[in-house]
Write a protein that binds this ligand. Sequence first.
Ligand code: G6P
Length: 608
Amino acid sequence: MCGIVGYVGPKQASNILVDGLRRMEYRGYDSAGIAIINGNGVKIRKAAGKLSALVEKLKFDTPSGTVGVGHTRWATHGAPTTPNAHPHLDQSGRIAIIHNGIIENAGTIKKALLARGHCFKSETDTEVLAHLIGEYYVDNLEEAVAGALWDVEGAYGIAVVCSEEPNTVVAARHGSPLLVGVGDGEYFVASDASAILEHTRSVVYLDDGEMVVLKRDGYRVRNLTETHLEKPVNQIEWDLATIERGGFAHFMLKEIFEQPESLTNTLRGHLLEEEGTARVRGLNLSDEELKRFDRIVITACGTSWHAGLIGEYIIEELARIPVEVEYASEFRYRNPVLDDRCLVIAISQSGETADTLAAIREGKRRGARTVGLVNVVGSTIAREVDGGLYLRAGPEIGVASTKAFNSQVAALAMVALRMARLRNLSVLHGRELIHALQALPDQIRQILDRAPDVERLAQKYHQASNILYLGRGVNFPVALEGALKLKEISYIHAEGYPAAEMKHGPIALIDQNMPVIFVAPRDAVYSKIVSNVEEVKARKGRVIALVTEGDAEIAKLAEETFPLPKTHDLLTPILASVPLQLLSYYVAVLRGCNVDQPRNLAKSVTVE
Ligand code: G6P
């Protein structure tokens, strides 16, 4: 979703801003722009479409100046046109603003501004805020921004510059992430650490309600009432290589191939083999507290929600605690029944998804303990939950989540293991699960060695217009995730279903043109799924099956099979999802799609 970057320092700002925007392209956007201050007014350049369109404009017309702000916009209010692209100017043309989020009372403010003679050039809520700041401006940008923000309702991350103050960037956050980059004689503001990682790893995370004033000689954090706040400076652990493609054609492919390492990192330090349990200290919950919970609600969006569904099977099976999995967007507006014996687990790669964040706030308000399984260190969800585990999967740039998904499942398995061992799970069963978890990275490597087989499958089926994914039990969510992955990046219509439920609808779609992908390992429901394969075969459907290595039975029925190494039944999803990720990837490439930045999607959805 929208990206913000701002700069104050000795270097030419436009290059730094465009490079920062390029690093945030993965978040999803549909127009881009920059504003530069150079003692000669505010210079704005913007363009609809990809960043390359802006770069093309800048080629012959780059404003010079060492202070500025840049933005990639994901359209909410108004179509993705150049006039709607940020930055936006105030009425006087002296103040430029970039904005992530939505100003909810923009309509009312705009009406009042129109009545006072303001004219608007775009349909955006952001331009309204620019004009409002302009009205507050006398001779101090910081105070004008603070003044205007008192009047504003909604969510925002903003960065503002003013031609009258050529050494200043003012930024503020309320519900939309923002951090300050502390460099050597230069200062940055950004919505995503990747935008500034090239220049500094020292960052200050702003909290809701906070502002920052960047000057050439330093920065100062404040809020709307206090003008000085002390904030810790954090060090980002990952380096530039982790956010670059490193020889892979796409980030998504790189991230699929990183899974042996990312999973190893997720598991590292958590598995206690001897005791057959997992160490989950980050949850900030004592064993006594963990034993007290009699219900778990998992809340998440998109791929993370699918991981949650797998978690439901694992936790209920091992720990025998009832689990509900809720779309965060639904949970936040329902009237959920929660109390202090309910544990709310939020799952989020980015840690910034607006609905998931709102869901944990709702959970807290209703007295539940909240924990997060989050990948991005320092993200808002990670900071707001009562405790949690970092996934440590490393930065995920491809919009379609891959490695984070499997790390989420592994993290859920560890939470389940801990809770189960505090209840009735035997040490032997606990150890069995640990051994299976430890074996996963190598087993994923074996699957990745077979990537050419998946590519061949993609060649065979990439022209399909519909694909059905079926699974049972813990592998039903794998079917959902396989279908989601395919539709996200290849735009082929795909649906995931519990295999037996097929009879109640999707079976009507099956004919000789319909590929049906079964996740069919030799587990407790194997014989049931064989019957479902027969049902598809009987209607001439084209069966592709993920099977346990050595399984000859389904091979007789299926047009194609792909072998999965044997693992603990509850961990099959981690292995089965890998060939499905690869399949989506290769199909999308064959169809000429933009794999890393699929149309309309955003990596991190910071509006509801
Ligand atoms: C977006 C992304 C998905 C992701 C979902 C939830 O829709 O495109 O890949 O699964 O958000 O994101 P989160 O960061 O909370 O896991």
